[in-house]
Design a protein. Structure first.
Length: 136
């Protein structure tokens, strides 16, 4: 037996409406029908995988996050910047060559964004760059 892929990721969201607006606005995710579990949930399609948000009377563990590979990191960066949703202003280069940014979700885990390739868009600042905006 071999696992073939990740089917879904399920994360806590204290405010489902704000979380849905965040994912729809930043990543263009569309909501899917979800079954009734007896507590609030929202499901979204992300490529071949699904993102499941749930609301329960518990706190999400600190530092939990997941990452989306996006087709246009510069566009996601601009949208996140306009939404005030960047954890840090720079884009980091990862060991595999991909570029990475992070956005705090409205509640709980952060959403990380990664480029599909090792090309960092010129329109976003690199880590350690003197051109990087100063966090305020």
């Amino acid at each position: 037996m071999t696992a073939l892929r990740v089917n879904h990721v399920s994360v806590h969201a204290a405010d489902l409406d704000a979380s849905e607006a965040f994912y729809a606005g930043l990543f263009g995710l569309a909501r899917l029908p979800a079954p009734d579990f007896g507590f609030p949930v929202r499901w979204f399609q992300v490529g071949d995988t699904q993102l499941h948000l749930f609301n329960r009377a518990v706190d999400a563990p600190p530092r939990h996050h997941f990452a989306f590979t996006v087709d246009d990191l510069a566009e996601v960066y601009r949208k996140a910047q306009a939404m005030g949703a960047l954890n840090r202003p720079e884009v980091r280069r990862l060991p595999d060559g991909c570029a990475q940014t992070r956005s705090p979700r409205p509640s709980a885990a952060a959403a990380e964004q990664r480029s599909r390739s090792n090309a960092r868009p010129a329109s976003v600042p690199a880590a350690g760059s003197s051109n990087a905006p100063t966090p305020g």
